[in-house]
Design a protein around this ligand. Structure first.
Ligand SMILES: [Zn+2]
Length: 196
């Protein structure tokens, strides 16, 4: 395969769930579509790099720093909901039951995969705890990594005395927050329990 085609295939293969055959299908699809669509895709991907930044408060990814949620004075600053990824914020928002702020960890603890505490935003979370914060709601996947991370957070925040709660287990075991329906997540938020 030509170097240009081969490189394009390799880049697509770096995406989750994309194998060589799928990557080749994407590449030849783009070639058939012509320049306009290919350039539109290229500039959209480039904009992810040049226009999207990390919110210096909650560590979510978006176009502004601080993000819209952190600067929204109508939101309850006494509540911080901790999620793994920015993509999980709209999932919680869709429940319509949460009006607090967020904190994005940037992943979950997974020592086997080399993801230790230094790779996630725990220290930024700790810095946000002040007397104004009444409760930290840990809303992570119902998985080994989610549970390990929740335990780490409860130990990290213990000395601060802030109340740390977690979602009630309406979430299916092994279920990711991204895939749970909003009714289930809403109920899990309502029935949250104290993490010890
Ligand atoms: Zn923010």
């Amino acid at each position: 395969m030509d170097a240009v085609l081969d490189n394009a295939v390799r880049q697509f293969m770096r995406l989750p769930g994309v194998g060589r055959r799928t990557a080749q299908r994407y590449v030849y699809h783009l070639l058939r579509q012509g320049g306009e669509q290919t350039l539109a895709l290229a500039s959209a991907v480039e904009a992810l790099h040049t226009k999207i930044r990390l919110c210096s408060v909650c560590c979510s990814l978006g176009e502004s720093d601080p993000c819209g949620i952190c600067t929204d004075s109508r939101r309850d600053a006494s509540l911080i909901c901790v999620v793994g990824e920015t993509s999980e914020i709209p999932v919680i928002e869709a429940t319509g039951r949460y009006r607090g702020r967020y904190h994005v960890l940037g992943g979950l603890l997974n020592p086997a995969a080399g993801i230790g505490p230094d790779k996630l935003t725990f220290s930024a979370l700790l810095r946000r705890i002040n007397p104004q914060v009444a409760e930290v709601i840990v809303a992570l996947d119902a998985s080994v990594e989610g549970d390990t991370t929740a335990l780490y957070i409860s130990r990290l925040l213990k000395p601060t005395g802030v109340r740390v709660t977690t979602l009630a287990r309406g979430l299916p075991a092994g279920g990711s927050l991204d895939h749970a329906d909003k009714v289930t997540i809403g109920l899990s938020l309502d029935g949250r329990v104290q993490l010890t």
